[in-house]
Write a protein that binds this ligand. Structure first.
Ligand code: HEC
Length: 107
């Protein structure tokens, strides 16, 4: 009598592993921040300590963003942002996250 061994190859279930979570709103390198000039710097400076969501949820005038940056330095331990970066970040915030909140994150 000859016993025959058969090897069974189980093909890996394709597809499951490849199920990447992708949504149009989330595949930006800058999280929820609106892509516009200055977004790289803003993300780099402002998402270091907390979620960029905290930034995106605000809607402030340029003056109030300016004051918030001061507060971030004086009370929250943020390093002073040197020029020209500070103005670029401030412009970005005032342009995209002003009181009309055009890019308020949807959740
Ligand atoms: C050194 C760390 C640090 C950095 C860098 C930083 N923040 Fe903050 N930020 C904080 C802390 C701490 C809080 C308070 C968080 C809390 O109350 O939970 C805060 C709170 C905030 C809030 C919420 C304010 C409120 O009224 O609730 C905003 C808006 C904000 N930061 C914006 C920014 C922006 C814009 C930048 C970049 C220019 C920035 N942060 C960079 C530490 C930082």
């Amino acid at each position: 009598m000859i016993a025959r061994l058969s090897l069974i190859t189980i093909a890996a279930a394709a597809g499951l592993a490849a199920a990447a979570v992708s949504s149009a709103a989330q595949d930006s390198d800058y999280g929820v921040l609106h892509e516009a000039p200055g977004v790289e710097l803003t993300y780099a400076y402002c998402a270091a300590c907390h979620s960029e969501m905290l930034v995106a949820q605000q809607g402030l005038t340029r003056k109030h963003w300016d004051e918030l940056l001061e507060w971030m330095v004086e009370e929250q331990g943020m390093a002073e942002i040197e020029e020209p970066d500070r103005s670029i970040v401030l412009d970005y915030l005032a342009e995209n996250y002003n009181t009309d909140r055009p890019y308020f994150p949807r959740r």
